[in-house]
Design a protein around this ligand. Sequence first.
Ligand SMILES: Nc1ncnc2c1ncn2[C@@H]1O[C@H](COP(=O)(O)OP(=O)(O)OP(=O)(O)O)[C@@H](O)[C@H]1O
Length: 510
Amino acid sequence: MALLEAQDITKRFPGVVALGGASLRVEPGEVHALLGENGAGKSTLLKILSGAQGSDGGHLTFDAKPLRPDDTPSQRQKAGIVTIYQEFNLQPFLSVAENLYLGREPLRFGLIDHRQMRADARRILDDLGLSLDPDLEVSRLNVADQQMVEIARAMTLQAKLIIMDEPTAALSPREVDILHRIVGTLKARGIAVIYVTHRLKEVKAICDAYTVLRDGRFVASGQVSDVSIDDMVRLMIGRDVAFLKRPPRQVAPTPVLRIDGVSRRRGAHEARGTSLDNISFEVHAGEIVGLAGLVGAGRTDLARVLYGADRKDSGRIHLCGRALDIQSPAQALSAGIALVPEDRKQQGCFLDHSIRHNLSLSGLKSLSRPGGFVDEGAERRLVETFRQKLRIRMSSSEAAIGTLSGGNQQKVLLARCMALSPKVLIVDEPTRGIDVGAKADVHQVLFDMASEGMAVIVISSELPEVMAVSDRIIVFREGRITGTLEAADADEETLMALMATGSAPQAPNP
Ligand SMILES: Nc1ncnc2c1ncn2[C@@H]1O[C@H](COP(=O)(O)OP(=O)(O)OP(=O)(O)O)[C@@H](O)[C@H]1O
């Protein structure tokens, strides 16, 4: 008998049918991938399962009992459904053990029994093979360890089903391996997992079953071992998707951006060490330069310096032959340097404002008429152009950006920077949270921008993406450049070696 059965679930928002008949069946101890393109309805279905949102219709059965449609998240947790969102639900200034048992602390003579709580926490962490210190304050943990605390907390709640919404989006490859091992442990304990991801290789690696949603409806389900990655893409998008390769470039002889010996030490409140050590390279008009490296290698630090979010300690930056001393993002923007940051939630997304307003926000200067009035017609045309180019799924340009699915919000932020037509466009993890079909659209738009003469810098932790979109790849490791390769000559093995050890693998002796 299935652990969870969701049948014909419907959910409407004003002007949008988010779910028009979604179904999902999860067996006990099964890792089940929930797949679908951006806006297909995955997050909406997860919210309905976790009790964060009510449904308009359909039936839910869990552990052989019907679930009430108006259950709260804590009632669903009591039933055994625990959800781990991308923004964790932890108390940063409490310890790991306190977070695990928050609101359910063991008592002794009416007081919290800290010794018992620590011992219980240790047991749960050991059971998951985690060496985390139960006394450590959660604010001191990195994202991957905080996620582990969430999983351990689900264990203390006796979860029968754990829902994970894009759990590997912000993890390094090593951390992804640890998460996958722990998912294996959960499965071995008989706990089922619903796993939402756009990374289909992960689905092949750790999931047993899959369900595909398209336009809010059930499309297909089955065993992962019976389908290929291409089959899954076809089911999700309804067509084949080829990863585009960058066509031969037309590069101008003089550089647009010249970075000369830039160094920066991290401040006292940041992680230790030097963030940038004597970085020098050039980017020409019409060129796409990819920056490869592990998390913390210095790529985002460089982007922040170029964009004026952080100050460099030494070195020079020239834009179109003129020395620049950028002190703020506003200065960077007016000089012609735009950045699409890796974390859209922290930077620059006004969730309650309309898509039209968000898209044109930083381009207002070019859209305003004499007297300071905004040309709304021009704004609408701008939205329409990018809606088509990037296939942004939205009911109207007046809807709040917060009502778009995660991937579609990311597309609006990309479009916003592109609409500025900067001289230098820096994109940090441009396709995080973006489905495989839309990825190809984003790449095409980057190619178009370069063809129009922009100098483009792409930071991505996905090597196939860096290799497909770049003309040239620069590898960062611990704040230094360890190699520069023409993309045509680059292979994953060489890039990985430069990223991890700083030197290219030795060719085997003949
Ligand atoms: N609060 C809301 N108000 C209006 N529309 C909404 C709201 N929440 C979701 N939607 C709409 O419902 C549809 C499904 O969105 P959902 O977030 O479930 O997609 P998703 O499959 O999770 O996409 P992604 O892969 O981009 O995260 C989208 O068209 C979205 O704009």
